[in-house]
Design a protein around this ligand. Structure first.
Ligand SMILES: *Cc1c(COP(=O)(O)O)cnc(C)c1O
Length: 481
């Protein structure tokens, strides 16, 4: 398998070449040259596979430059009951006939991002050790990515993590989860700004190719291709869980979305041949994605127009993975992808409304909806009353939007993206009591916290990194520009 850039400016690369990188050198996103097709017989053969083995057969299609034996060992080490709480890894809970919850949040940081990130930790350590290299991971988080990355990378050899988060905008639990880590290779940086400021700083540092090479800067943000592909696996797993052998039978999925990484994995599963009917993109009040799927206009917002909501991991005003989907929409035409963008008031946007390309949105099964604080609270209450299950705020947005798109006889699978313990304040508001908390996290807010505070200033960030990450020999530098 070879990888290209959505903007056409990168010679074909192998998986291990792009694994540690961020954006392609031309500013585009890395995409596979094709989606391997899975026929029905193969699909049925995979039905009974344990999660790690299913991950292996799917991932080897995309990571064929890692020897099979090594890849198999890596996924087996990653997907254990020890790390994910059960042999199922991602159990499916049926709420009522044809309405299911895909429980993705039983990893170390209680959010779905662990599923991909734990694999990334193993993959990075493997490739770095093989090549005798070091890596300084620079990332931005609105909460869950950062903790998932830190718990996947803590204590790993040859890796440091520099994680930016918007000061005061994560929940106390999320903050404690990250800032209480004491591992010497973990650096938390609270930035005066919102998530998009953090993301812009990461992009600015990564765009300085000299600095990036000198300090072996890499990323684990949701644009990382390996994360996307690791998430493809659980769409297959869920499809097996809610269909009987002898299908094909179509299943719909609803995905609480922000950076468009999770639902993109569903799109790829569908393109590979998994019988998916609808992919429902659920947003909160930050509805840039919902607007696109309704109108064809993709209009990223600025900091001032980004609402701080009670589903904060979706408080995102530009979806960093979206270009991968757009590239597919325009027939994988890099020139067209690059040429789409217009500018108004110094901000990029594009409008596909009324074009044949926009009609492909429906062909790809996509639809969408937005939720709100009131709807979130109501859904948390209803779900608890009807099914005896407490869901977190993001999952509640998903469930609320899913109700609008259910069809008789078509199973709807809602992706649970976090556990309620992470968002206690809103659970209290909805239910008048605290959510259950796994024992390992009792009293976490009281632990000592360790972090640096920086203004949204790229030069200061570079200095902070340079003081802590020794310069590497240019020849041994990480991600080749
Ligand atoms: C990251 C996150 C999302 C959004 O996922 P994307 O892949 O960025 O679309 C939704 N819910 C929770 C709890 C998250 O942590």
């Amino acid at each position: 398998m070879r990888y290209l850039s959505t903007r056409g400016g990168m010679p074909p690369q192998r998986f291990t070449d792009i694994l540690l990188g961020g954006l392609a050198p031309d500013g585009g996103l890395v995409v596979p040259e094709r989606y391997p097709a899975i026929d029905h017989a193969t699909l049925e053969k995979w039905r009974a596979l344990p999660y790690a083995d299913l991950a292996f057969v799917l991932l080897r299609l995309y990571c064929d430059d890692i020897p099979d034996a090594d890849l198999h060992a890596l996924v087996r080490r990653t997907y254990t009951a020890d790390t994910f709480g059960s042999d199922d890894i991602v159990p499916v809970r049926t709420l009522e006939p044809d309405l299911h919850l895909l429980r993705l949040s039983n990893g170390p940081t209680l959010a779905f991002k662990d599923v991909a990130m734990q694999l990334l930790g193993h993959l990075f350590e493997y490739v770095l050790a093989k090549e005798g290299r070091q890596l300084n991971i620079l990332g931005a988080t609105s909460g869950d990515t950062g903790s998932a990355a830190e718990y996947a990378m803590r204590g790993r050899r040859g890796i440091r993590v520099f994680m930016l988060s918007p000061a005061g905008r994560m929940s106390p639990f999320q903050t404690a989860q990250m800032f209480s880590l004491r591992d010497a290779n973990i650096y938390n940086i609270a930035v005066d700004g919102v998530f998009d400021d953090c993301q812009d700083m990461v992009k600015a540092v990564s765009a300085d190719l000299r600095f990036k090479a000198r300090h072996a800067i890499g990323t684990v943000n949701s644009i990382n291709w390996a994360r996307v592909v690791a998430q493809v696996v659980y769409y297959f797993k869920a499809w097996f869980a809610v269909t009987a052998e002898g299908g094909p039978r179509e299943v719909s999925f609803t995905v609480p979305s922000g950076n468009f990484g999770n639902v993109l994995a569903g799109h790829i599963a569908r393109r590979m041949g998994l019988p998916i009917r609808r992919l429902v993109v659920a947003t909160n009040e930050n509805d840039v994605l919902d607007e696109f799927f309704r109108t064809g206009v993709y209009r990223p917002r600025g900091t001032a127009d980004t609402h701080a909501t009670s589903s904060p991991s979706m408080d995102i005003s530009k979806a960093s993975n979206f270009e991968r989907f757009v590239w597919d929409l325009v027939g994988q035409d890099a020139g067209r992808t690059a040429a789409l963008w217009r500018e108004v008031d110094g901000r990029g946007f594009f409008d596909l409304g009324g074009t044949p390309e926009f009609e492909r949105v429906a062909e790809f099964g996509f639809t969408s909806g937005a939720s709100s604080h009131a709807l979130r609270l109501q859904t948390i209450r209803d779900t608890e009353a009807r099914y005896g299950t407490v869901v977190d705020t993001h999952t509640a947005d998903g469930l609320a939007v899913a109700q609008r798109w259910r069809e008789p006889g078509v199973p709807m699978v809602c992706l649970e993206t976090a556990l309620p313990a992470k968002f206690a304040e809103t659970i209290r508001e909805a239910l008048g009591r605290d959510p259950e908390r796994p024992a390992a996290y009792a009293g976490i807010e009281a632990r000592a916290q360790r972090y640096a505070r920086l203004p949204a200033d790229v030069a200061l960030l570079k200095r902070y990194i340079a003081e802590r990450a020794p310069t590497v020999e240019p020849a041994a530098a990480a991600p080749a520009p």
